[in-house]
Design a protein. Structure first.
Length: 200
């Protein structure tokens, strides 16, 4: 299910993620009290290894900075792709770069291109599937989200965190895949997003 977008800064420059804007500072537990997100915040991500500061059984493996750069690089290749309306054959898992895509379908395809594929879920299904462990994502507090993470407005829209206060994704009919202000999108959708990082 795609969302309609409302960001005010299309085609923002995603090249240099800003640590403060993308929430890389701070080490407190999230608003939901889940200290299990802590292992993701080390400065030296280690693909395939548990983080040294993990807490007991809550240790998790997460994607590293190279993976994140790869996700954002693949997302750049989708710029200009038309939004796929409800009657399009290019919605969901049938999203096609430079042809047509909705929000959830384009993100699913981008992660697959980056070698981080997962079972397709719509914006309505994604959070529940991640929380149940059906797809390899871990919810993180907003302040701990990094570029490459998924930014989700449940049932409405999903994008990829670009850093510097921006997201990138497919927004609505009449507007091609591109960048937008995260704050502008939240204001338009009248909802604060939740954030998910890819685990291994």
């Amino acid at each position: 299910k795609g969302g309609d977008g409302g960001g005010e800064q299309p085609d923002a420059d995603p090249s240099t993620p800003d640590a403060k804007a993308s929430g890389q500072d701070g080490n407190d537990a999230g608003e939901d009290g889940s200290a299990s997100t802590m292992p993701q915040q080390t400065d030296e991500p280690r693909t395939g290894e548990e983080k040294p500061d993990g807490i007991g059984a809550d240790k998790i493996n997460v994607i590293d900075d190279q993976d994140r750069e790869n996700i954002l690089g693949k997302a750049e290749g989708w710029k200009g792709t038309e939004y796929a309306p409800a009657d399009s054959e290019h919605r969901g898992p049938n999203a096609t770069k430079k042809v047509g895509a909705d929000c959830s379908g384009s993100i699913h395809a981008i992660y697959k291109e980056a070698g981080l594929g997962y079972k397709y879920k719509s914006s309505s299904e994604f959070a529940g599937a991640a929380r149940r462990g059906e797809i390899p994502f871990k919810e993180v507090p907003a302040k701990d989200s990094k570029p490459g993470d998924i930014v989700l407005w449940p049932g409405k829209h999903m994008s990829i965190n670009q850093g510097n206060g921006n997201v990138i994704g497919a927004y609505r009919q009449g507007r091609d895949f591109g960048s937008s202000s995260l704050k502008g999108m939240s204001n338009h959708l009248k909802q604060e997003p939740i954030y998910f990082t890819r685990t291994r």
